[in-house]
Design a protein around this ligand. Structure first.
Ligand SMILES: Cc1ncc(COP(=O)(O)O)c(C=O)c1O
Length: 372
């Protein structure tokens, strides 16, 4: 089976973990955690950076520190992972999902302002699948309406938008370090900010809000979202080669693009669109003919021993969210279409040229057989 995500760890990555083990630094206490956070904030260009146990934990923390009150509205993409919606709901806020663009799969920028109300506290702007959202425009909207920008750059570590790192635009920015991300610590996440008042809160909420005078008299309800020194060691050894990793991701994407760009009714994003580069976090394809759904196509690819992944399921269709208060629009036609007709192909850093050629050959074979 060609896995949907073949990640790549080097001998040096394994050595660095063994070193941390030898020194007994296995929990969240240890010098590597701070070193990794320093490397991370230097890369993104933010003042403060705190590691956490996942990207979803990072969203919980980012939303907690902006002090959401019951009924506050937060604008989110309708097409994304469920994490932002559930973080908001857990804190009593109301997610306001916005449909995505049909071709770049990011939240529609021109829908945002229409959905700002007196209750809007923040916008979560997410870069989806490797093509950066126009985050500078969202920054301007946030400044104009004095609302907080949380930048979800979970999938984008090391990629730039207009010369600046993704994750450098938000009042708070978050990343994921799960095994399919550009660098991975198995599980893990980061929260970054330049705002001093958020910094201490981030640390306290990820660490059970221990009391300042009496340690075990906790001053508020927090989480244990700590990151371990072992994970940090693995992060340090990969972040050193982030530029190479980004080049490799783009190279994999271009190879797929060149191979599939002339396939009628299979849409693959261009390496550069409106002068903005795609890093191809994943190799998403969209079927433009309703004869073939993503589920059917994935099953066919599986017969050729190719693992794929379905696209995100839109927020307005989530069973888990049905009983909660979401401010829904009438129409989510783009996200509904792409969640049914979109899938991604083997995309990991260790995906070889041979894998790419084989996958593309099979895509074309299936297309021919089902005549669409
Ligand atoms: C855009 C986005 N945000 C947040 C997350 C959550 O990250 P994690 O899986 O580390 O909890 C993901 C996960 O892939 C994601 O794609």
């Amino acid at each position: 089976m060609i896995p949907v995500n073949k990640f790549k760890l080097l001998v040096s990555d394994r050595k660095i973990i063994l070193n941390a083990l030898k020194k007994n630094w296995i929990s969240s206490v240890g010098p590597e955690v701070k070193k990794f956070e320093d490397n991370f904030k230097e890369l993104i260009g933010k003042k403060y950076c705190s590691s956490v146990s996942s990207g979803s934990a990072a969203l919980d923390i980012a939303l907690k520190v902006i002090d959401i009150k019951k009924g506050d509205e937060i604008i989110i993409p309708n097409f994304t992972i469920i994490s932002p919606a559930i973080s908001i709901i857990k804190l009593g806020g109301i997610p306001v999902p916005i449909d995505c663009d049909f071709y770049n799969w990011n939240m529609k920028i021109n829908e945002i302002e229409k959905n700002i109300s007196k209750k809007t506290k923040a916008i979560i702007a997410t870069h989806i699948y490797g093509y950066p959202i126009q985050i500078d425009k969202i920054r301007q909207i946030c400044n104009k309406h004095r609302i907080i920008l949380i930048e979800d750059a979970a999938e984008m570590l090391g990629h730039k938008y207009k010369g600046k790192q993704c994750g450098s635009f938000g009042d708070l920015s978050i990343f994921s370090l799960y095994s399919n991300k550009h660098i991975t610590t198995g599980e893990g996440g980061m929260v970054l900010t330049n705002i001093r008042k958020y910094k201490d809160k981030i640390f306290d909420y990820k660490n059970l809000c221990f009391g300042k005078k009496n340690r075990f008299n906790h001053y508020d309800i927090g989480w244990n979202y700590r990151f371990t020194n072992l994970q940090a060691s693995l992060g340090i050894s990969q972040i050193r080669r982030i530029n190479k990793i980004i080049l490799k991701k783009k190279e994999i994407g271009k190879k797929y693009y060149n191979n599939l760009k002339n396939c009628k009714n299979i849409y693959i994003q261009k390496p550069k669109l409106n002068n903005i580069e795609n890093v191809y976090w994943v190799i998403g394809i969209l079927i433009l003919n309703k004869k073939m759904t993503a589920t059917k196509f994935r099953n066919e690819l599986k017969k050729y021993k190719i693992e794929t992944r379905e696209f995100f399921w839109p927020m307005n269709k989530q069973d888990a969210l049905k009983k909660y208060n979401l401010k829904l629009k009438k129409n989510y036609k783009n996200s509904e279409y792409i969640s049914k007709y979109g899938l991604y192909l083997p995309s990991g850093l260790a995906t070889s040229d041979k894998d790419i050629n084989y996958v593309c050959k099979c895509v074309k074979k299936i297309k021919k057989r089902f005549n669409f």
